[in-house]
Design a protein around this ligand. Structure first.
Ligand code: PLP
Ligand code: COI
Length: 356
């Protein structure tokens, strides 16, 4: 039987898996809620989205996603506050970025109401899946890919837009040590680095595996021409604190315009923390580590929130970051941003959106 929520048709799952889930021991993106949003692009237009039971999808082996990698995604979170109200953080920015990514990969853009009303209907149906525990949330994964068939190397004529969700705990367990990359590149000028394209992540896996073998958790990507400037991490933007100034690289063709990154920049400015958005050379960071002015490095992203970096490797040398103190920017900014996200404090920026 189907119902309508926010103008979206909802087909409910016959049974729920929720009683099988241990909400006190959630990993990141490991178990999935009962429903998903599904929407097809056919005959030149997006058909009405539907909420359906979470289920496998069937594709033809010639579907272009498999051969030419036309696929983009987003990462968002839903939070439940102490009164059981449900909140999203800057969701329109995710919607807009999904379409920016789609455009770059010649994927048809989505109408805003399909994304927003579809997401709200999905969250209403799976409201019980949104964790209440501090540090946990419902990770939301909207994605669009080429479901149309054919070996011709050209954009597909059919696409699928899906949103599925996963109650999740922390992205990293334990400390994060990073390796500053000297050989491989994540992206290049004129490329797709600014898009959340699936292939950007596939291209990072091999160099990241090499870094993991050496004892690091993530690669810090440097610019593709000189490898002299720090750009971002595999799933995060990067911030460095030198003395009391927070520095992060400017966005470009090569860097994802992170929503957490831009929120941190605004938050820090509002707290009178000096922030510089500028090119940041590896040389400067190494020198700062050597002369003691490098106080902190942290990654910022939806999944990772703010993840302090404990040390970095560069040219066969390891550099340790000072131990985190109570007045570290990472702890302070993480608390400020998560308090806003979870409706614990006022939101002077208007970032939070209640899901009703
Ligand atoms: N950079 C990359 C490559 C990412 O995958 C992510 C994660 O989404 C980010 C940065 C952070 O972006 P956001 O804060 O919008 O999640
Ligand atoms: C996110 O932070 O939401 C991301 O998309 C990162 C992902 C690769 C886990």
């Amino acid at each position: 039987m189907s119902t309508i929520i926010h103008d979206i048709e909802v087909l409910k799952a016959k049974t729920s898996k929720i009683s099988e889930i241990d909400f006190n021991n959630l990993k990141f993106g490991h178990v999935f809620s009962d429903h998903m949003l599904e929407c097809d692009f056919k005959n030149g237009e997006w058909e009405a989205p539907k909420v359906v039971p979470y289920q496998p999808i069937t594709l033809d082996p010639s579907a272009k996603i498999f051969h030419y990698g036309q696929s983009v995604f987003e990462g968002m979170k839903a939070y439940k506050d102490a009164d059981g109200k449900v909140w999203l953080f800057r969701p329109l920015d995710n919607f807009k970025r999904l379409n920016i990514s789609s455009k770059r990969l010649a994927i048809p853009e989505l109408p805003e109401n399909y994304f927003m009303d579809g997401l709200k209907a999905l969250l209403k149906v799976d409201e019980d899946w949104i964790p209440e525990k501090e540090g946990s949330s419902l990770y939301i994964r909207p994605f669009v890919f080429a479901s149309g068939n054919g070996f011709h190397a050209s954009p597909a004529d059919e696409y699928k837009f899906i949103i599925c969700t996963a109650p999740s705990g922390a992205y990293f367990s334990g400390e994060v040590k990073v390796l500053i990359e000297e050989k491989y590149s994540r992206s290049a000028n004129g490329g797709v680095g600014f898009a959340k394209a699936g292939g950007n992540y596939a291209g990072q896996f091999y160099p990241t595996q090499l870094a993991v073998e050496k004892g690091y958790q993530q690669v810090i990507w440097t610019d593709d021409t000189s490898h002299e400037y720090i750009e971002e991490a595999g799933a995060m933007n990067i911030f460095v604190r030198i003395d009391d100034t927070l520095v992060t690289a400017p966005t470009s063709d090569r860097i994802l315009d992170g929503i957490t990154r831009k929120s941190i920049i605004e938050l820090a400015k509002s707290e009178n923390i000096p922030v510089e958005v500028r090119k940041l050379s590896v040389k400067e960071v190494v020198e700062a580590a050597q002369n003691g002015s490098l106080k902190e490095m942290f990654g910022a992203g939806t999944a990772a929130v703010i993840s302090p970096i404990s040390g970095f490797g560069y040219k066969d040398n390891d550099y340790e970051l000072p131990k985190l103190t109570d007045d570290s920017y990472a702890s302070f900014l993480k608390k400020r941003i998560t308090d806003i996200q979870t409706n614990k404090v006022e939101d002077p920026f208007g970032w939070r959106m209640e899901v009703k």
